[in-house]
Write a protein that binds this ligand. Structure first.
Ligand code: AHR
Length: 497
């Protein structure tokens, strides 16, 4: 193994923007075993009196999700929220047409609110704009946020929740551009329906923040025209534009896969340009930001047919080291694009393409748990623009790319700097010199690393500690410089203050 060299230059004055804590969000859908058997599992020995899994909640708190999107996903577009409230024994069992599963409705809006409180996350609810009407969307806002004294607010009170929940963040449907979506609309139809839903929802509660459905992914034939049309129709009525994307190493081309940050950045750049264009065209002073409210690696597990059973095992992706390094890069991109990206939700949080897998008795932290946990903990304050000099890595998809993918944060409150570095080379260790061009830190507080020698290495219930975050010995600071040897296939976090 040879050792190459790289230099990173940090300057705490070179801020991109404040990092929105909401980029450390998650997504929980009524799909497979995310809700039933994941979050809510009364039969498990780990369940509390309400049926919530204590072990799952503990691990979710480690990930420190600031916001959780619910209840879907494709499920949303056929969901009647009234089925999921009130006495449990009276709730109907329905056919979920999106995942061909049986939905018992034993977990609904009120249970989700309790769960968010336990997890320490803000709720991000979604209004069904597939089979749902603009009226049902407004009624749900009333149910959640209305003061007692009107029908749906009083229904909430009758269900045992006297205080309004004050839900701020609301999605206007899910992936409405997709022909697979229940109640799919074309771009003009969706724009008008979303604008009218937004109007009614704001009449119920003027403080809500609304998220318009952007394109489902960059491969859609209507991308990014769908985004432009929706934004032009709804600009003043909404606050965020959603983006969704799932990455994968479908051709087993690890070099290209480990350069996916370039794809993620270009996706944001295209939509950021669309936002600027529409704002200019409308001569508007209003701003709309991006909400990447479904993102993750997903390409191996493809079982999506529930065969009309309850809580079937669907898309329970097993994650490996290279997937964890892609997740780390995605989070790096969120920091580098902190000026326009304000919300992001890892899809999903338990069992369904998730960092956590459960059995009734057990819980497994997958490889992707660790980069998310580290960045969610250490990335706060301002995102810094890091000048990076790194040797190239050749890729079939993107040509030569720098071996290091880097982001950094600086929190003026505590004077803490954190640097996040992926070494995407599969063969080269890189001796990396970090220079603080502004004031030198007093000390390096901690260095954590997720690394391994094989890109396909993965955790399992039998061997849960194959890909984990390990704390490293703290290397000496040499004035304003710190030198670290970064192994190939690694993600390293350096925290200094
Ligand atoms: O997260 C799984 C599914 O992926 C969601 O239901 C849908 O919105 C997306 O296509």
């Amino acid at each position: 193994m040879s050792t190459a060299k790289a230099q990173l230059y940090l300057d705490t004055n070179r801020s991109i923007a404040e990092i929105s804590p909401l980029v450390f969000g998650g997504f929980a859908e009524h799909m497979g075993r995310c809700i039933y058997g994941g979050i809510y599992d009364p039969a498990s020995p780990h369940a509390d009196a309400r049926g919530l899994r204590r072990d799952v909640l503990g691990a979710l708190r480690e990930l420190n999700f600031r916001i959780i999107r619910y209840p879907g996903g494709n499920f949303l577009s056929g969901y009647n929220w009234l089925d999921g409230i009130g006495p449990r024994e009276k709730r109907p069992v329905r056919r979920d047409l999106a995942w061909r599963s049986l939905e018992t409705n034993q977990f609904g809006t009120d249970e989700f609110m309790q769960f968010c409180q336990e997890a320490g996350a803000k709720p991000m609810l979604a209004a069904n704009l597939g089979t749902g009407t603009i009226q049902s969307a407004a009624d749900l806002v009333e149910y959640c946020n209305g003061r007692p004294g009107s029908y749906y607010s009083d229904l909430r009170v009758a269900n045992g929740h006297a205080e309004p929940y004050g839900v701020e963040y609301w999605c206007l449907g899910n992936e409405m551009d997709g022909p697979w979506q229940i109640g799919h609309l074309d771009m003009d139809e969706y724009g008008r329906k979303a604008r009218e839903a937004a109007k009614l929802m704001r009449l119920q509660d003027p403080s809500v923040k609304l998220i318009l459905c952007g394109s489902s992914n960059t491969f859609m034939p209507t991308y990014p025209e769908w985004d432009r049309v929706g934004l032009e129709t709804c600009w003043e009525a909404v606050d965020y534009q959603s983006m969704h994307y799932y990455a994968g190493n479908r051709n087993n081309d690890t070099a290209s896969y480990l350069a996916q940050a370039l794809q993620f950045e270009s996706h944001i750049d295209t939509l950021a340009a669309t936002l600027r264009y529409v704002k200019a065209k409308r001569r508007s002073k209003h701003d709309v930001y991006l909400s990447w409210d479904e993102w993750n690696v997903w390409y191996k597990a493809q079982e999506m047919d529930g065969r009309w059973t309850q809580a079937p095992h669907l898309i329970e992706e097993v994650y490996n080291l290279e997937d964890a390094l892609v997740v780390a890069q995605w989070l790096n991109v969120f920091l580098r694009k902190a000026d326009v990206l304000k919300i992001a939700c890892l899809a999903q949080i338990v069992n369904i393409i998730a960092p956590l897998l459960t059995t009734s008795e057990g819980l497994l932290k997958q490889s992707t748990f660790y980069p998310f946990m580290l960045m969610s903990k250490f990335a706060h304050g301002q995102s810094l623009s890091v000048a990076t000099k790194a040797p190239p890595v050749a890729t079939a998809q993107f040509g030569d790319v720098p071996a290091l993918d880097v982001s950094a944060s600086y929190d003026p409150a505590g004077g803490e700097t954190a640097v996040f570095v992926v070494n995407r080379s599969q063969i080269e260790a890189i001796s990396t010199e970090i220079t603080w061009q502004s004031e030198a830190p007093r000390q390096v507080q901690a260095v954590y690393q997720v690394a391994g020698t094989h890109p396909k290495a993965a955790n399992s219930f039998e061997s849960p500690n194959v890909v984990v975050a390990r704390q490293l010995a703290i290397p000496p600071l040499d004035g304003k410089k710190l030198t670290l040897e970064l192994p190939p296939l690694s993600f390293t976090v350096i925290s200094a203050c």
